[in-house]
Design a protein around this ligand. Structure first.
Ligand SMILES: [Zn+2]
Length: 162
């Protein structure tokens, strides 16, 4: 069991946070963005970056080669669909994709939009962690969180009608 502190301050004990999220035992603060038979997309507002999406498998697997044919097809289509919405609705030009198999949770991909302020942390994979931490520690004003939530709502609506 792992103890996880949600951005609301609530402390929950779960075996796997991804399982808890995709099964609805833990509601992400921004809510679900889109859900299919095999995947679940949400934003963790603990990292207040507009348009940041976490795409998690519904099954408790960790490695890419564990995905079934149907899951692979669904995964790539969903990634592309979300990416398109990020571009069209939020004007996001570039996204970094981050996925590690040795996760303590299960299969999930971070889609981290790039904004101008992020380039001071570099342009490669090593900039992802400092960018997330900077957002979490410096960009958590009420207005900034509100903007992030509005962006989630816009993405959700765009993906619903697609
Ligand atoms: Zn899991």
């Amino acid at each position: 069991m792992r103890t996880i502190t949600l951005s609301t301050g609530k402390v929950v004990e779960v075996e796997c946070l991804s399982c808890a999220l995709v099964n609805g035992w833990v509601e992400p603060e921004g809510g679900t963005v889109i859900e299919t038979k095999y995947f679940h997309a949400h934003q963790d507002v603990a990292y207040p970056i507009k348009g940041l999406i976490i795409l998690a498998a519904k099954r408790h697997i960790t490695c890419f080669d564990e995905l079934t044919e149907n899951e692979r097809y669904d995964y790539i289509n969903l990634l592309a669909k979300i990416r398109k919405a990020q571009r069209e609705i939020l004007g996001i030009e570039h996204v970094y994709y981050f996925y590690n198999e040795d996760t303590t949770h299960h299969f999930h991909t971070w889609m981290v939009p790039r904004y101008d302020w992020m380039y001071e942390f570099g342009r490669s994979v090593e900039s992802v962690r400092p960018v997330l931490l900077h957002a979490r520690n410096q960009k958590r004003g009420k207005e900034e969180i509100q903007e992030v939530k509005e962006a989630i709502e816009l993405l959700r609506k765009a993906l619903e009608n697609n």
